[in-house]
Design a protein around this ligand. Sequence first.
Ligand SMILES: [Zn+2]
Length: 462
Amino acid sequence: MKLAFHGADQGVTGSCHLVECAGRRVLIDCGLYQGQRELVAENVEPFGFDPADLDFVLLTHAHLDHCGRLPLLVRRGFHGEIITTSATRELARLVLLDAGHLQEEEARYHARRAARGGRAEDGQPLYTTLDALNTLDHFGRTVAYGQPLALAPGIRATFLDAGHILGSACIFLELEDGGQQRTLLFSGDLGNCGRPLLRDPTPPPAADVVVMETTYGDRLHKALAPSVQELHAAIADTFGRGGNVVIPTFALERAQELLYYLREGVEAGHLPRTMQVYLDSPMAISATTIFERHPECYDRETAELFRTGRDPLDLPGLHFTRETQESMAINRVGGGAVIMAGAGMCTGGRVRHHLKHNLWRPESSVVFVGYAANGTLARLIIDGASQVQLFGEAIPVRASIHTINGFSAHADQGELLRWHQHTGTPARTFLVHGERETMRRFAALLSHTQVETPTLHQEFAL
Ligand SMILES: [Zn+2]
């Protein structure tokens, strides 16, 4: 029995862990490295194992940093089965096709830029839309939360609700090889308790070995209720000035959660019934439709709303704008609108058009609700830039800028610790999916277990 680490080791992207037992090889996640260029370059490196030797991939959830190297895995010879919850399967289809398309676009962009600079670049994308389509053929069985699945003699897998995004799971493995028995628990990404729509993470069972994420292992989140109030107040103030509110949005869970808070605001009378809300992101619209198809993932309040015929994500003035023409028509709305569009960090996508039309207007607002990495347009605006470049034009920043931090989809330090306590006294705990310093601080809080912070391609006998 062996456990090896091939991604998200002392970093937050590229999740990829390999289990070997009873002659079978099971991969847990196959995520993309995201972020600065050199990190992205890690994606083309060899996996550290032969994809053709794998029997199964178990996917914890559909975020790109957990599933985004699957098309590359297939291109390099994987012919096994990918197993997920049914909601993850639907979201992963959306995410992977979009990723294939973006990889092709990015490759073309870099090739053009290289050509202008007189350099040659092969212009080959990491993978293509066709590779993503081929990957979909490998999605096999789906599993319900809490139902053990016998993968092979000596390997049983149970997916447990991780409460992070729709369909997300922790994966519990029961292994037996030559009379030796071990239980392994992979956290995947853990959700933040008390948020609407999804359930809190299911308390995990005791396990011999735990592999857990540590994204926010060194800090506590701001409370949710004041953040929702802040959002409502920012919108009401902006409408009072006659402007629009632009919210750069991550498509996969933030957009649905925001719709939920906006509906609550209207019902409580904090926001006007006449408010026009534009969800201007084809991917977020698709993700919202998928959300509505998966009642098995809802928390009690959300299930109750649907049961009584009320859609928790529906608002009186909500518009889904899929087509480019519809998106451009929003530019003519002078005030009273909330516009949600991607990309969340404003690195591309339709949100840049809405920023161009609203950033210079003192009556408008831009509300940031997610993580903004250094060097992104979102970060520049948050840090107080007085003007920014958009489509070759210098646009002055006169709108009011808000940053609201209470909407994280990740467990904070306290929640990670409580989750770990449920695992009993594991012989070993492997920390992954966190920055090195964050892991060091979190490790200091764990007693009754031997803590490891594996490096890339490090292998352990179990
Ligand atoms: Zn995630």
